[in-house]
Design a protein around this ligand. Sequence first.
Ligand code: ADP
Ligand code: MN
Ligand code: MN
Ligand code: MN
Ligand code: MN
Length: 380
Amino acid sequence: MKFTTIFLSAAKTGIKLAELPRIATNKTVYDRFMRLPVDENISLLTYVWIDGTGEFLRSKTRTHYNIPKTVEELPSWNYDGSSTYQAEGSNSDTYLSPVAIYKDPFLQGNNRLVLCDTYKHNKNPAGTNHRASCLDAMTKVKDQIPWFGMEQEYTILDRDMHPFGWPKNGCPEPQGPYYCGVGATKVFARDVVESHYRACLYAGLNICGTNAEVMPAQWEYQIGPSEGISMGDELWISRYILHRVAEEYGVVISLDPKPIPGDWNGAGCHVNFSTKAMRDENGIVEIEKAIERLSHHHMRHIKAYDPKEGKDNERRLTGKHETSSISDFSAGVANRGSSIRIPRSVADERKGYFEDRRPSSNCDPYRVTDVMVRTTLLGE
Ligand code: ADP
Ligand code: MN
Ligand code: MN
Ligand code: MN
Ligand code: MN
């Protein structure tokens, strides 16, 4: 068993992550401070944004002297973009523009999470701000009422970057017993999963399910159906909540699409898509039309489906482990080895939605839903 991939990512940070010890602070003391009364009109706003990697999130918090109801009433803010791979040190101010507001499951009460997109000093979208283009596409197709559902797979790691619950000097029994498994030798860290689920519900997200995955320590949750731009917003904030919940438990969330090389399933982020016409009687005709259009733009989609223009997905889309090959486009009913799958129930009812299985677990949902709409509905 090799851990090449995870050690590579550790090497990139320049820290010997394998040597990070297990740490724990005192949560009872924390609770005592958190019970200190504060002015009831104060709200702590945690602004959350995507950094220059296009993959990782950052956040910082400010005091707001009333309780906000809408995102429109929130001030813009800024941060040091030179510390997030988003600007030069000499011209580092980068702007945060609030786009969505959620109840904060960590601080609770009056406090809020504020999802933001990012703008350069000249007010153009920052390089990894793909929301601006996505919003443009969603506005153009608003009348078709596009719905998305995304299935976020992820792997729980220990702070030494080994999969959580795996033997430290090897690997568990081969895949088979773990998917939707029950019991202490089958699934690891269900408490992280359930805490995250509840925190997402508290925040007001459309989280619709969860399951243990084929590789042990790998899990999935689903968000949706969500309309238009809110798909990207909800998935990003659900990832933020996931990283924060894991932080509380002293474990790490990896969205790497193939965290363990070899005979272990990778992690994807399937996107399910429908329009009103697809959901109506005989919508299968519209579904087939969309798939036909997708078949002409395979590489364009592969480039949009991970943060490295397809490089990350090369390790995952091998044609094995319930994936299609990265170089071919394919579609089929109930086929989990194809790029596009039409669920059996949709084929039977001749209406509903279809699934694109290609997006990587670390994809940017704004890019995924943007290109989906541009190819299938806008004919671009
Ligand atoms: P599977 O694992 O079988 O591919 P899941 O149950 O994990 O499917 O996920 C199904 C996803 O499809 C969910 O995110 C759900 O919100 C989404 N979904 C269901 N109906 C629709 C629809 N009409 N349009 C778009 N997405 C949908
Ligand atoms: Mn400072
Ligand atoms: Mn699923
Ligand atoms: Mn899955
Ligand atoms: Mn799926």
